[in-house]
Structure formats: structure tokens, C-alpha cells
Design a protein around this ligand. Structure first.
Ligand code: BG6
Ligand code: MG
Length: 223
């Protein structure tokens, strides 16, 4: 018998809007202030990862910074967030990635719940700037979990709140750590982006314009 999932849980940065690029630019600026160069290839491993874990990975590029006191690290994390907050000031509803609002509308028509599963402490603010909060049934952000992606807690917290079994949820992600989190939660994973980084996803599209509800439901039922 054909099954319809009861909830779609969306990552925010890089799925709903291109804030993944702003995170990259903010980290790049902070890294340069520390005399470290990072590129887009390195940035792939920062996607979906919490602010502090991302900082640790950058500091690991320079062994002399490894033993930096925790207070210093916290200062650097704030500094990165200041760069990021400056960049997101420009966000407007036009910055919702193509195909996302159409998908939200179809999900509503089909009585499928919409949740956000984000590692960002800025998630609520970004969703407000995008004018999307009225579509969303529940937001899980960094403040609501103890373990970040690739741990499944971000996705299971959303499903638990909505009271929906994990096997009836679809998770959508642009990061390898996020796909791992969805898979570990026992949900159907949709990867958006490059096949090389997202090969563990149950279904992959190269960009958000290709997110078609009928096709996702078809793939969900092939599982
Ligand atoms: C994730 C991003 O959504 O949030 C990461 O993919 C980012 O790049 C993380 O580091 C934490 O975000 P914030 O806004 O709390 O620093
Ligand atoms: Mg992301």
C-alpha cells in the first residue's frame, strides 16, 4: 500500500536559502584574521556543523593554535557570528531558494507537517527575514538539542514534538553531516547538491528547483 509521509523536516542553511555561502564568507574572514586560509573544498566539512565545532576544525589547521584557552575560542566564535549577522542583515523574502515556497504550499495542501532542523542559533531570525514562519509547524535550532549533526537528535526532536514516527518523516539536507543525521534517525533522506558529498542520501537532486513533491513521494515508496 502506498504511504504518504506525515512530516518534512528541512535543514535551513543551504536548503531554504543560501546562508551556507554567508557562513562560508564569515568563517573565511575569521580564518584570515588568524592567518589561516580556507577554501570551498574545506568548507564542505563545516556545513551542518555547530559554530564551536566549526571553529575547532579551523583552528586544527594551525597546530600552534591548538591549545588556545576556551575563553579565547569563545571570543573568536562571537567574532565569526558578528561577521555572519552583518551579512544576513541583507536577507529578504526574495532570497528564499527557488522551488521551496512552491513545495511548502504543496505540503500544506497535502496536510503534511513542515519543520525546520537547523544547527544554527540564528535560525529563527533568518526565517523571519525570509517571511516563512507562517508555513512552519515547529523549529528545532541549536538551542533545543544537546548533540549536533551528524547525531540524529535535531531531526528526532522535530518528529517527537509533532508526534510522528521517524519512518514517516522526510529530511532534506545540503550537508553530508545532515544526511548522516537523517539516516541515523531512520528517516528518508533527500540530499540537495553535489552527488559526491551527498552519496549517502536516499534520493539526491542537484538544486532546489528539482524538488518535486510527487517525485519525492514516489522515491519514498520505493524504499
Ligand atoms: C548550520 C550551518 O546550519 O549552522 C553551519 O550549516 C553553521 O555552517 C551552524 O556553523 C551554526 O550556525 P550559527 O548561526 O549558530 O553560527
Ligand atoms: Mg545546510
Amino acid at each position: 500500500m502506498k504511504q504518504t509521509p506525515k512530516a518534512f523536516i528541512f535543514d535551513l542553511d543551504g536548503v531554504i536559502t543560501d546562508t551556507a555561502e554567508f557562513h562560508y564568507l564569515a568563517w573565511k574572514k575569521l580564518a584570515e584574521e588568524l592567518g589561516i586560509t580556507i577554501d570551498r573544498q574545506f568548507n564542505e566539512q563545516l556545513k551542518g556543523i555547530s559554530r564551536m565545532d566549526s571553529l575547532e576544525r579551523i583552528l586544527a589547521l594551525n597546530p600552534s593554535l591548538k591549545d588556545m584557552p576556551q575563553k579565547e575560542k569563545e571570543k573568536l566564535a562571537y567574532q565569526k557570528n558578528d561577521h555572519y549577522v552583518e551579512l544576513i542583515k541583507t536577507i529578504k523574502p526574495e532570497n528564499v531558494l527557488p522551488g521551496i515556497e512552491e513545495l511548502f504550499t504543496k505540503l500544506k495542501e497535502n496536510h503534511i507537517k513542515i519543520a525546520i532542523g537547523s544547527a544554527s542559533k540564528n535560525a529563527q531570525r533568518v526565517l523571519e527575514l525570509l517571511g516563512l514562519t507562517h508555513y512552519i509547524d515547529y523549529i528545532v535550532d541549536a538551542a533545543k538539542v544537546t548533540k549536533g549533526k551528524p547525531d540524529p537528535e535535531t531531526f528526532t526532536t522535530a518528529a517527537d514534538y509533532l508526534n510522528i514516527p521517524y519512518g514517516e518523516c522526510v529530511g532534506l539536507e545540503d550537508a553530508a553531516a545532515g544526511i548522516e543525521a537523517i539516516n541515523q534517525a531512520g528517516m528518508f533522506s533527500v540530499g540537495i547538491g553535489d552527488k559526491v558529498h551527498l552519496s549517502a542520501a536516499d534520493y539526491i537532486v542537484s538544486d532546489t528547483t528539482l524538488l518535486d513533491l510527487d517525485e519525492i513521494l514516489k522515491q519514498f515508496n520505493l524504499e
